[in-house]
Ligand binder design. Structure first.
Ligand code: ATP
Ligand code: MG
Length: 574
């Protein structure tokens, strides 16, 4: 019997918990703790126990298969990265406290790599010189470190996690586009093969930089990411989505009128006062931009400002004004607006409002609002910015239909980086004429350990995990209902051996436990098929097979069952 394909439950290191652990909110986190898959060492640091490690190995195998299939080459870079490289790219300062920094005995600065653009670019700049050597795509599967502000949800957001990161180097944009397209397709297949229903969404490029980017989002209520999508195929992270908004004109006849609005300090109260929907109101937000200058930004009343977009518009480090700052610049909380702003406060407005001609806005005077305020006539924004979070009902930029909203778990992301790192680190190649250019780069990440959580979020029920066959830690569990019984035990052993010989990965639940305990544990651990060996069925020459996903049970002849089950399992591997 090949031992790697079979384990006795009595020796499996999977310490299960009967109760839901108090520290866990999400199904995936709870179930991984309860099924004895992971244990917490410290905030955001987890040990992967054997069941989890087997799942991770399977995901990694899928990733390797897909990467090798598009000509990417696996390698391994050091985790510890000298600060000099991060100084060259400018990210030593820019990455902020998320970068895990450390020093060696000579007091030299290092970081534990959160991503490896610097390291891989420094590698190839010494090795690749000619356009004839390009393109090249390298990847690794490695532990990454990020000192996340809020590590949480188990493997979903750790401070140490497993990532596949890939990087490609090109002499021209067409070549990058080809590799990017291949990667995108391979990433879609990775999710699909691992049993994840994922949507490719247009994404912001965040800390990594670059222009074009797509994230693969596992659709799940537990997801931290918000997205909008349309039946036509459009989908975007709300951090990146630029969607038209159904803006309603405010009340009034289009002339500027000052109206007393006693006690109306919120969008709800002002909408109620005028008897209009919130879409017909305008919200003014006061902030200090990254340069330290005061700004008032007007957005549709029914929309929120998006922090990620606001960083692009106002610079990293912008902040919303405190009450003291509002007072300092002469702004009135609850009645701010674009008409008659105090001198020195810059006015901007969300681009979705550009065509709207009659705004209901605060009058910069306590207890008063204006109706009929018109841009160009009554006030002039210095810029139209894109800062609002897209939401359900906004207009699809592709087809014009209303958008749907969903939550997602970001499993992976592909980026077209351009020359950001090759320029900064001097990774140059010479073209056919002997002229030097920075290489054009792409980078591609998959959150391997986060994918385990994503799979469970999409595949669980009230009894536990329901592994898709392709990533199940073991594919079949053989459950003898009485242990030590001289009829049942040999049959269970024989069926286990037959399954293993057929190439199936099997758990033999040889524990001296009541059937109820065994069923509960096997359901919790989520093996796709349970093969139950009991006296009654055996008397008729049968054993019972339970499909964990559907709960269906069927009796199959004991002499056939290994073959039938092996075929079924193998046909579901991807
Ligand atoms: P997030 O927005 O969720 O913080 P990110 O966009 O910063 O993620 P990337 O730099 O794109 O992450 O990293 C590639 C992949 O690594 C992500 O798509 C995600 O699946 C995974 N990942 C990122 N941060 C973590 C983390 N703290 N714990 C687990 N997986 C992570
Ligand atoms: Mg990302």
């Amino acid at each position: 019997m090949k031992t790697s394909s079979c384990i006795r439950m009595s020796s499996l290191y999977a310490p299960t918990l009967k109760e839901d652990p108090a520290e866990a909110e999400l199904a995936s986190h709870k179930l991984m703790l309860r099924a004895g898959m992971i244990r917490k060492m410290a905030s955001g640091l987890y040990s992967y126990l054997p069941l989890a490690w087997r799942v991770i190995s399977k995901i990694e195998a899928v990733v390797r298969d897909e990467m090798d299939g598009i000509g990417a080459q696996e390698m391994l870079l050091p985790i510890l990265t000298p600060a000099e490289l991060w100084h060259e790219s400018g990210r030593w300062d820019k990455y902020g406290p998320e970068l895990m920094r450390t020093k060696d005995r000579h007091d030299r600065d290092f970081c534990l790599g959160p991503t490896h653009e610097e390291t891989v670019t420094a590698l190839v700049r010494n090795e690749l010189h000619s356009y004839k050597q390009l393109p090249v795509t390298l990847y690794q599967i490695q532990t990454k470190f990020r000192d996340e502000l809020r590590p949480r949800f188990g493997l979903m957001r750790g401070r140490e996690f497993i990532m596949k990161d890939g990087y490609s180097f090109h002499a021209d944009q067409e070549s990058l586009q080809r590799t990017y397209d291949d990667m995108r397709a391979a990433y879609a297949r990775v999710c699909e093969r691992c049993g994840i229903r994922a949507l490719p969404v247009a994404a912001d490029t965040g800390q990594i930089g670059g222009s074009t980017s797509v994230e693969f989002m596992a659709i799940a209520d537990a997801g931290e990411a918000e997205l909008v999508w349309c039946d036509c195929g459009f989908a975007a992270d709300t951090e990146a989505a630029t969607c038209a908004v159904r803006v309603e004109e405010g009340p009034g006849d289009g002339t500027l009128q000052k109206v007393a609005t006693p006690g109306c300090g919120t969008i709800e109260s002002i909408a109620a006062f005028f008897g209009v929907p919130q879409e017909a109101t305008r919200k003014a937000l006061a902030l200090i931009d990254a340069a330290g200058e005061p700004v008032v930004c007007i957005v549709p009343g029914d929309h929120e400002m998006n922090d990620c977009k606001a960083e692009h518009a106002f610079g990293e480090g912008y902040h919303m004004m405190t009450d003291e700052e509002l007072a300092q610049y002469g702004l009135h909380k609850g009645s701010m607006g674009p008409v008659g702003l105090p001198a020195g406060v810059r006015l901007v407005a969300d681009v979705s409002l550009k065509d709207s001609q009659s705004w209901l806005v605060g009058a910069n005077e306590d207890g008063f609002h204006y109706t009929g305020a018109r841009p160009g006539r009554d006030f002039q924004p210095t810029a139209w910015v894109d800062v609002i979070t897209a939401r359900e009902g906004d207009v699809c930029p592709t087809c014009g239909k209303p958008l749907h909203a969903a939550r997602g778990i970001e499993c992976s992301q592909v980026f077209q980086l351009g020359t950001k790192y090759s320029e900064a680190l001097g990774a140059l190649y010479t073209d056919a004429n002997g002229d030097e250019h920075p290489m054009i780069m792409g980078c591609y990440g998959i959150g391997v350990s986060r994918m385990v959580a994503a799979i469970i979020e999409q595949h669980n029920d009230e009894h536990g995990i329901v592994w898709p066959v392709c990533v199940a830690p073991y594919e079949v569990s053989v459950i003898p209902l009485t242990v030590g019984d001289d009829v049942i035990a040999p049959v269970a052993e024989r069926l286990t051996a037959e399954l293993v010989d057929a190439g199936i990965q099997v758990v033999l639940d040889d524990r001296k436990e009541r059937p109820g305990v065994k069923f509960a544990d096997n359901d919790l651990m989520g093996f796709p098929y349970q093969l139950v060996v009991g006296k009654k069925a055996l008397a008729e020459g049968n054993v019972e097979v339970k499909d964990r996903a559907t709960g269906e049970r069927e009796l199959i002849a004991v002499d056939e069952v290994a073959k039938v089950l092996a075929e079924r399992v193998i046909s579901q591997r991807k």
